[in-house]
Design a binder for this molecule. Structure first.
Ligand code: FES
Length: 83
């Protein structure tokens, strides 16, 4: 358990995956890389969060973000890390 790091989880269930998370995995990875955040973050995928209708989903810590897309993800991450 990497509790000292920020946990970022992206839903890789088939609905979220097909509706954009497939690409967002790369977008998030690139963002973390470009902002030298890789050491501070534990980024991983998860199975269906059980609310596919509201997806695609991502979680940062205990906060759930719904209906994410490429632009929203950037805004959320910048906001979260104060960039
Ligand atoms: S596939 Fe993401 S909530 Fe079901």
């Amino acid at each position: 358990m990497e509790s000292h790091k920020t946990d970022i989880v992206i839903c890789l269930g088939s609905s979220c995956f097909a509706r954009g998370n497939r690409k967002l995995v790369q977008v998030i990875r690139k963002f973390l890389e470009e902002n030298q955040l890789e050491d501070r973050v534990f980024f991983h995928g998860a199975h269906c969060f059980g609310e596919c209708m509201m997806g695609p989903h991502m979680k940062i810590g205990d906060t759930l973000y719904q209906g994410i897309d490429e632009d929203k993800v950037q805004v959320i991450l910048k906001d979260y890390f104060g960039l």
